[in-house]
Design a protein around this ligand. Structure first.
Ligand SMILES: Nc1ncnc2c1ncn2[C@@H]1O[C@H](COP(=O)(O)OP(=O)(O)OP(=O)(O)O)[C@@H](O)[C@H]1O
Ligand SMILES: [Mg+2]
Length: 333
């Protein structure tokens, strides 16, 4: 039997050859992944990439068809209870009890995980302070806003001895401020506790401050590394062009056969060579209606790895100025 010290072993999460099919759909295709302890790691991928399937396998509610996985050194198939003991989860679908108060939701969770009552009370105070919900302690959950509910779910994942927390799209559908606050808490957690945070998202602007990003598409991990390393290895300059008319469009495509057409009917031209912009401007400068230059961002990393954009349009102005709040940029030690 494995010793309890296994929780300190590296990596915090290890997946080997994990495969999962739903009928004809191959949701995960022999995934191998190591995630080192005490990091904030983003799983970045579009709808249907396999992010939720991967997290459901890690939290042992879904069995893989093939492969092996460990959480904090515990085999999720052979030692699921031990693996779960040190795992906190925030599911994609809300899972609070609306008819209970904030406090009751947290207390019930602590009871299920057999946290002794004195420690439970202490932890409830701590986590409510962390997510700034102390004043809402006795409030019924149904009266909270979506952002507050998401914050409460994060608090709940921390009531027991979590070493690894999995968060499935914790910020989706939230306003910009609520999103920023959630990332603040994750950054704060990362600095103040020995905890590994694995968070799925399809908001590319959110992952810049993470320690690592895993890019997932069609059930495969395409790349893993710090945002900086990913940009250095896979980043390309991207010209985002709206041709002035059909003739210009046809000529650009003829000259740049690798151009990718996105859903907004823009042509995306990628190159590792900065000279490309000059060449393009010289030939087509007067024949484009709009031109944006994207210099080796994570969006361009996704584009060069998949041939598609992660989002159909660039972030709107408000989202572009999305910041990581007052604790921003503090993810790394
Ligand atoms: N219960 C299911 N039955 C059948 N197909 C499923 C089921 N769950 C997921 N799939 C399919 O498996 C693939 C991966 O789905 P998954 O939910 O893991 O993706 P995701 O990356 O979490 O997407 P999203 O960003 O939309 O949450 C998709 O093609 C999806 O349609
Ligand atoms: Mg999902």
């Amino acid at each position: 039997m494995q010793a309890e010290e296994a929780i300190y072993s590296e990596p915090a999460v290890r997946l080997r050859n994990i495969t999962k099919r739903y009928g004809e759909t191959l949701a995960l295709d022999a995934v191998n992944l190591d995630i080192a302890a005490n990091q904030v790691v983003a799983l970045l991928g579009p709808n249907g990439a396999g992010k939720t399937t991967l997290l459901h396998i890690l939290c042992t509610i879904l069995q893989p068809d093939n492969g092996a996985a460990e959480i904090s050194g515990f085999d999720i198939l052979r030692q699921p209870l031990k693996a779960r003991k040190h795992l906190g989860v925030v599911f994609q679908e809300p899972s609070l009890d609306d008819r209970l108060s904030v406090y009751e939701n947290l207390d019930f969770h602590g009871l299920v995980y057999q946290v002794p009552w004195r420690l439970r009370r202490q932890r409830i105070d701590e986590v409510l302070a962390l997510v700034e919900l102390e004043e809402w302690r006795e409030e019924m959950v149904r009266s909270l806003s979506s952002g507050m509910k998401r914050r409460l779910e994060i608090a709940r994942a921390l009531i027991h001895d979590s070493r690894v927390i999995l968060l499935d799209e914790p910020t989706v559908g939230l306003d910009v401020q609520s999103r920023a606050r959630i990332w603040e808490y994750l950054g704060y957690l990362r600095r103040t506790r020995e905890i590994t945070v694995i968070v799925t998202t399809h908001y590319i602007d959110e992952v810049e401050e993470c320690d690592e990003v895993c890019i997932i598409d069609k059930g495969t991990i395409l790349a893993q590394g710090s945002p900086q390393a990913l940009k250095q290895t896979h980043g390309r300059q991207v010209l985002r062009v709206t041709p002035r008319d059909q003739a210009a469009d046809a000529e650009i495509v003829a000259l740049f056969p690798d151009a990718i057409r996105n859903k907004s009917d823009q042509l995306l031209l990628q190159s590792a060579n900065p000279q490309m912009i000059d060449d393009f401007l010289q030939q087509f400068g007067t024949r484009v209606r709009q031109l944006d230059i994207d210099t080796a961002s994570l969006e361009s990393v996704f584009l060069s790895l998949t041939g598609r954009e992660l989002r159909d349009k660039p972030a709107d102005a408000r989202e572009k100025t999305f910041a990581f709040g007052r604790r921003g940029g503090d993810f790394k030690r």
